[in-house]
Design a protein around this ligand. Structure first.
Ligand code: DLL
Length: 429
């Protein structure tokens, strides 16, 4: 097993290492980044004030806008000459978030990703097909470096060209598929179209992440491809993929907490929440050189569980990420997450996996959901009755009546990367 010692640290070992590393990182950030120095000074805080892990809650938060405000070179704590790579993610505002890495940071990230593969059950004997996007997006290179670090054969197919993706998978006998869950769903359809039976393939594990996906979707992917579908979480600001991953228990994602100190907070009051309560996840990176991040607010919502997992690991688990605080729609006063809608839609056998929520009017007073009918039911199911059934199920769960439009299979655009679930057609005023 890769970095077995790190994977199986006890809670006490984790806590001791976290304190040592946090104190070093705080000093590093304070001494080398004007932005952090200013924040600490404003809060009347000195690096020496962080004596215990409880003191971490005194450290001011960092948010995405702080990174954008420091465009283009982010919150650099080292001279540009020692930076080895940068990645960037685009956002809605148009200013990309740039993240930078020293050689040591790239090394740490590779180890974390290799650990993720290993924890999910991948070994050096596997053949990894990496269909994440290569480039500024961290998915492609993150999964690539991790596979190389594990000394596994990696095929950098990247996104796109689904036909070639399938023939590579067949010919090279790929055993591990890495891509977004949306793309996995698309591949399942494409295999059918190409007349390839998944039993002709050698796949055994999928490493899926970069967007929320439900347990129902997992079941569908596992059954259709005959694989174990493992969830993996990360974000560009935190190196990229590799922050947390599921072990074969599939009961929460282990956060590699010798490298990330994780907290959940109430997004409104900013109070730290006890384990078990759902809140916004906040990470402090414990050894990043180029761009230290202290108490970074992710906007992702989840629950942390510090109980030792049945797999024997003590790294805390974030239970499946259900959505982001900024994904939440408020429809007629009711909070709705796209993932809740997905959960319900995928549990109805007559429906396909593709859906979108369309926002039409300036004021969000009703929900409009378009969903594809499953190919085997298209032309057979009574659409009026089916739409009613879908509406009833959604209402029972969301307490909202949604307008449902059933679409022919294949109507909603497929994606090679992250799915776009919410289509905003509202006129900008
Ligand atoms: O998506 C990094 C990544 C690549 C993760 C490949 C996993 C696999 P960003 O583009 O910066 O980075 O997007 C980060 O994606 O804050 C979450 O909202 C969402 N996200 C990532 N992984 C998951 C997951 C990459 N497993 C944002 N479940 C995060 C739910 C996820 N949401």
């Amino acid at each position: 097993m890769f970095q077995e010692k790190e994977q199986f640290m006890t809670k006490e070992e984790i806590r001791a290492l976290q304190l040592e590393r946090i104190r070093r990182q705080v000093k590093h950030a304070y001494e080398n980044v004007a932005f952090y120095r200013r924040k600490f000074d404003e809060a009347g805080l000195k690096p020496e004030d962080i004596r215990t892990l409880d003191d971490v809650s005194r450290i001011p938060f960092t948010v995405k806008d702080d990174l954008r405000d420091h465009y283009p070179y982010g919150i650099l704590a080292v001279p540009i000459g020692t930076v080895n790579r940068l990645h960037a993610s685009s956002g809605t505002t148009g200013i990309p978030t740039v993240v930078s890495y020293t050689e040591k940071d790239l090394n740490t990230w590779s180890n974390l990703m290799a650990r993720c593969y290993s924890c999910a059950g991948v070994t050096p004997d596997d053949i990894v097909q990496n269909a994440y996007g290569y480039g500024l997006f961290t998915g492609g290179l993150g999964f690539h470096m991790g596979a190389e670090r594990l000394r596994t054969l990696v095929i950098p197919t990247a996104t796109g060209n689904t036909k070639r993706q399938i023939s590579m998978m067949k010919d090279m006998k790929s055993t591990v598929l890495c891509c977004t869950p949306s793309y996995a769903l698309y591949l399942i359809e494409a295999l059918k179209e190409e007349g390839v039976d998944p039993s002709e393939l050698s796949l055994r594990i999928g490493m899926f992440g970069a967007e929320p996906w439900s347990d129902e979707t997992r079941k569908h992917i596992e059954k259709s491809l005959g694989i174990k579908a493992q969830d993996l979480y990360g974000m560009s600001e935190l190196y990229g993929p590799g922050v947390a991953v599921e072990c074969p228990q599939q009961n929460g994602l282990h956060v590699w907490s010798d490298e990330f100190y994780v907290e959940t907070i109430d997004p409104d009051t900013e109070e730290v929440l006890p384990p078990g309560e759902k809140g916004e996840i906040v990470f402090t990176m414990l050894s990043r050189e180029a761009m230290p991040l202290l108490r970074y607010r992710t906007k992702d919502l989840a629950v942390i569980n510090w109980d030792r997992c049945a797999c024997g690991r003590s790294h805390p688990r974030i239970m499946r990420i259900k959505g982001r605080s900024d994904d939440m729609l408020i429809v007629g006063g009711v909070n709705v997450f796209p993932s809740q809608i997905e959960d319900i839609l995928v549990s109805i056998p007559e429906l396909g996996e593709q859906f979108q929520i369309v926002l039409e009017t300036a004021k969000l007073d009703h929900l409009f959901v378009q969903v594809e009918v499953a190919p085997e039911f298209w032309g057979k199911a009574d659409l009026k009755q089916l739409a009613e059934k879908v509406g009833d199920r959604l209402q029972a769960s969301l307490t909202l009546r949604a307008r449902i439009e059933l679409l022919e299979p294949g109507t909603i655009p497929r994606t090679q990367g992250k799915a776009k679930r919410v289509i905003d057609n509202r006129k900008k005023i």
